[in-house]
Write a protein that binds this ligand. Structure first.
Ligand code: FBP
Length: 567
């Protein structure tokens, strides 16, 4: 079987002709090398002959009438499950021409999704061709691709990063861009396209699938759930890949600064963590390390907290700790925090309008367009934060929260409040804030055993779905708290994950972001311990990701708690 050939390490042919422009495995570290030869397990249903069973007609996550209008060809199509076939053999499928694209931010495991698709095609659709579109969706529009071969793929197996074909954040949205995508599909005679991306990219994948179907083109489109942010998930798609590895990397670093704080006894480390709008990464890192304060954006929004009340909460803990003789600590905050504070949300909404429609003059006359409260808040913010709030939006219209240094702003505000309390005699400690942003450091790490296997299964399943003639589905691997053997495999109708949002007077389809649920098990577990962690130093240093040994296959707390496995 081809996947065994490559997954089990017989690389002789591939090694001799490896291209020199990409990665060179010969210079890999020992760990990289050992990962290259790491045997990837597959769910048992993918290892034996299987058949596809369609479920019932699928609904939409919301606004079914609007979704039906936006996706007349695809709406209502069933999700599909792979089940073992009683009759012996794998069908020997015809060869396929398939494209694959990586879209959006890097997430550990992307290379394994591509390897999984490749190995499926090699094994079950002999003579197939896999095209890797370069640099994200722009590669589809410009028809920039590389033909993926065993030699090309070899050095990327089980390695982090997206550099095999690179990624990009372009969106295929205008009629002209859809036309370009059609031209590429026709030029390469594509039977299928796999879009590896987050919520926006999978929405785009569904629009592409609908467009190809409506033009009677044969090109099928399958999505794969990618993002370290962990906010693309639902019952059928329990996790996005990359979250497990990224959280483990950040948790190691947080554990290290905790030991630093405890050792010097003089620093408060403010750690902002990636994750865009959602606080899943921050919450998971808190569960792994037990910091003194963790700010969860979704809770801040629910309680309608202001910048002042968030600051007071942090300062209260610092004052209590000072009374106990601890002038140090670790504070975690999500990068999207600022976007959860209602007064800041209002300001950002007004800035979005202004940036879209006005020339932002240097004299600052544009500020007169802000409502009074927003103007006051804007003027109150430090100049660096003001500048960062004005930065260009990403192609999906989002504020680039990764560029806003909320941790530095919070340190300044905490300092000011502590000085005032000192003057009133309510605080007698010493405060030195150290800021950190852990984001890019975690996006390209060597994928954990979980992410490596999950991604390979997602890719392999995408191949199976394409071979079965499916389109407009997202590759879905479930039962993830069980051993890989027992994972379930299928495809979920992308339209079933969608709702609409009204933008610029039109209904736009969206896959709703899965935010931290305050009634969910991960948040409840955190909430039940945070007071204890605030005062008593219960720091945990998880250490580096393990690839072998008793804890190598340990999965993140969030996933286990959501599956009801971890109490
Ligand atoms: P995706 O949603 O595309 O997976 O992006 C994840 C992410 O790492 C966010 O956590 C972060 O805010 C953003 O990318 C940073 O974007 P960029 O790579 O463009 O700086």
């Amino acid at each position: 079987m081809v996947y065994q050939l490559f997954a089990n390490g017989d690389y002789a042919a591939a090694k001799s002709t490896a291209p020199v422009t990409g990665r060179v495995a010969a210079v890999y570290s020992e760990i990289q090398n050992s990962r290259l030869h790491h045997v990837l397990p597959l769910p048992s249903v993918l290892r034996k002959p299987f058949m596809i069973v369609d479920g019932p007609a699928s609904p939409a996550a919301g606004s079914p009438d609007e979704i039906a209008k936006l996706f007349p060809c695809l709406f209502g199509q069933p999700s599909a499950a792979l089940v073992p076939a009683d009759l012996g053999e794998f069908p020997s499928g015809q060869s396929l021409k398939v494209g694959v694209v990586l879209s959006g931010g890097q997430a550990p495991g992307g290379h394994n999704v591509i390897s999984g698709i490749f190995d499926y095609l090699q094994e079950h659709c002999k003579g197939s061709t896999l095209y890797g579109f370069k640099g994200g969706p722009a590669g589809i529009m410009k028809c920039k691709y590389v033909v993926l071969t065993p030699e090309y793929i070899y050095p990327y197996r089980n390695q982090g990063g997206f550099d095999m074909i690179c990624s990009g954040r372009d969106k295929i949205e205008t009629p002209a861009q859809f036309k370009q995508a059609e031209e590429t599909a026709l030029k390469l005679d594509l039977d299928g396209l796999v879009v590896i991306g987050g919520d926006d990219s999978n929405t785009n994948a569904c629009l592409l699938a609908e467009n190809f179907r409506s033009k009677n083109m044969k090109t099928q489109v399958i999505g794969c759930p990618k993002t370290i942010d962990g906010d693309l998930k639902c019952k059928e798609v329990p996790a996005s890949f990359g979250f497990d590895t990224a959280c483990k990397i950040y948790a190691e670093m947080i554990g290290n600064v905790m030991v630093d704080a405890r050792s010097t006894g003089k620093y408060y480390h403010f750690v902002r963590l990636m994750g865009r709008a959602a606080s899943h990464i921050t919450l998971e890192c808190a569960l792994q390390t037990h910091p003194n304060v963790t700010l969860v954006g979704e809770e801040v929004a629910l309680k309608k907290q202001t910048l002042k009340s968030v600051t007071d909460y942090v300062v209260d803990v610092i004052c209590k700790r000072a009374e106990l003789g601890f002038n140090y600590g670790v504070i975690l905050l999500p990068e999207g925090l600022i976007d959860f504070i209602p007064e800041v949300q209002q300001l950002i909404a007004e800035l979005n309008e202004i940036l879209a429609n006005e020339v932002v003059d240097e004299a600052g006359l544009w500020k007169m367009k802000l409502k009074r409260q927003s103007l006051q808040l804007f003027e109150f913010l430090p100049p660096t934060i003001q500048e960062q709030l004005m930065l260009e939006r990403d192609p999906h219209g989002n504020v680039q929260v990764a560029k806003i240094e909320t941790e530095k702003m919070l340190i300044q505000m905490v300092e000011t409040e502590l000085e005032q309390r000192k003057e009133r005699g309510a605080y007698k400690g010493q405060f030195k804030g150290q800021s950190h942003f852990f984001g890019y450091e975690g996006r390209c790490g060597l994928p954990s055993n979980f992410d490596a296997a999950y991604c390979y299964a997602l890719g392999y399943a995408s191949g199976a779905l394409l071979q079965s003639g499916k389109t407009g589905l997202i590759s879905s691997v479930g039962n993830l708290a069980a051993p890989v053997e027992e994972w379930t495999v299928g495809g979920t109708a992308l339209t079933s994950l969608m709702d609409v949002e009204r933008r610029h007077g039109k209904f736009k389809p969206v896959i709703k972001k899965a935010m931290v649920e305050l009634e969910g098990a991960p948040f409840k577990k955190f909430a039940s311990s945070r007071e204890e962690w605030a005062i008593n130093n219960r720091y945990i240093s998880p250490g580096p990701i393990q690839f072998v040994g008793p804890i190598a296959d340990k999965v993140n707390h969030t996933l286990l708690l959501e599956f009801g496995v971890e109490a």
